[in-house]
Design a protein around this ligand. Structure first.
Ligand code: ASP
Length: 356
């Protein structure tokens, strides 16, 4: 073969391999749908340094267009579910969100879902989805602590990382995840710990599921709690959840708050107890009265870390109470609301708190 001919053959082979490789990687790009609900990540202020701003101002398309390189990670489609600060997140929006995710993930065209959400109640929505999504494909919640207009806004990189996690087959089967500030946390165990710092989410008892840095993910933990495909909760025909109230305990608390909650029609009460889910004697008596009227009482704790165990200082077996284990009051409220959709014995509900 002549030398010039050989050079051309080599060049053509190289060209073909580049074209083939890029076509292959295009074909392998995951399809991710981004569902927007509002929050600071979609918030805007008049200047970059003021602390006051309004949540839920920016649309999902504007958010995606502002993040450089995000469309290289996955084929993206955005949908607006709501545009609220998450202090206004409701069970109606959570139900709408869970149903839409189940619809999207049931088909072969969607590989993962990202949900943009305010951080105030992100742990509640993440846990609700952890119990009601019927797919092992990645579902990733993301938010930000600074509005989109802030100097050094944290939303764009958080969103970039969240899409990278949702597009990653290694994220499958780990339950619903939250990605913020380079960290991947599990829906069961994370909680918001700072009112303003970008490093607000922590999983004090269980640690991180993994990390994501500029779209490179490293998973090193698999949440062991029951979730998604293993969960018994089916919300496909649910339009309303039963009323469950949280009552905050403190020194010399008023027991009549418990009686008032029962009179207002609560089907369940979660006590954000002191210490190991404790409350004063008069409130234990009020909670026992509630149980006698058919209301399910769960003892959780206002303390940010640790577990609430059965029969430690309160006689749960005698009084018919449930101990929340690792679940904090807002997550206990989510689980109890779902549990109360069907009749269950206190023993069955306790088992749910021990396994979900
Ligand atoms: N209040 C806001 C919200 O939860 C705070 C945030 O997103 O960080 O929507």
């Amino acid at each position: 073969m002549k030398r010039s001919h050989r050079k051309w053959t080599l060049f053509l082979a190289l060209l073909l391999s580049v074209v083939w490789q890029s076509a292959f990687s295009q074909g392998k790009k995951a399809n991710v749908v981004v569902l927007a609900t509002g929050g600071t990540i979609a918030g805007a202020a008049a200047t970059g340094t003021q602390s006051g701003y309004t949540s839920g101002k920016v649309t999902i398309d504007a958010m995606l267009d502002s993040v450089q390189g995000i469309r290289d990670l996955a084929n993206l489609k955005g949908e607006q579910i709501s545009n609220v600060g998450s202090q206004d997140m409701s069970f109606d929006i959570m139900l709408k969100l869970a149903k839409r995710i189940n619809e999207l993930l049931a088909g072969p065209d969607v590989d993962g879902v990202v949900v943009t959400h305010g951080t105030d109640t992100m742990e509640e929505t993440a846990f609700f989805l952890n119990l009601t999504v019927k797919s092992d494909k990645p579902v990733v919640l993301v938010g930000s602590m600074r509005p989109s207009t802030a100097v050094s806004a944290d939303g764009p990189l958080n969103l970039y990382d969240a899409v990278a996690v949702a597009a990653d087959p290694n994220a499958k089967g780990r339950g619903v995840l939250v990605v913020m500030n380079d960290q991947i946390q599990g829906a069961h165990s994370l909680t918001k710990t700072s009112t303003t710092a970008v490093q607000t989410f922590q999983s004090p008892l269980r640690g991180l599921v993994g990390v994501s840095a500029y779209g490179k993910n490293d998973f090193y933990n698999n949440p062991s709690w029951k979730h998604t495909t293993a969960s018994e909760f089916d919300i496909s025909n649910v339009t309303k959840l039963p009323r469950v109230d949280i009552i905050y305990a403190d020194a010399d608390m008023s027991p009549d708050l418990i009686d008032a909650s029962v009179s207002a029609g609560a089907k369940g009460i979660v006590i954000a107890g002191v210490g190991n889910g404790n409350m004063n004697k008069a409130s234990v008596d009020a909670a026992a009265r509630a149980v006698k009227k058919g209301v399910v009482v769960v003892r959780s704790s206002r303390v940010p870390t640790g577990t609430v165990g059965r029969n430690v200082e309160v006689k749960d077996d005698d009084l018919g109470f449930i101990a929340s284990g690792e679940l904090n009051p807002p997550k206990s409220r989510i689980l109890l609301s779902l549990a109360l959709l069907k009749p269950h014995t206190p023993q069955q509900i306790q088992e749910m708190f021990d396994t979900y």
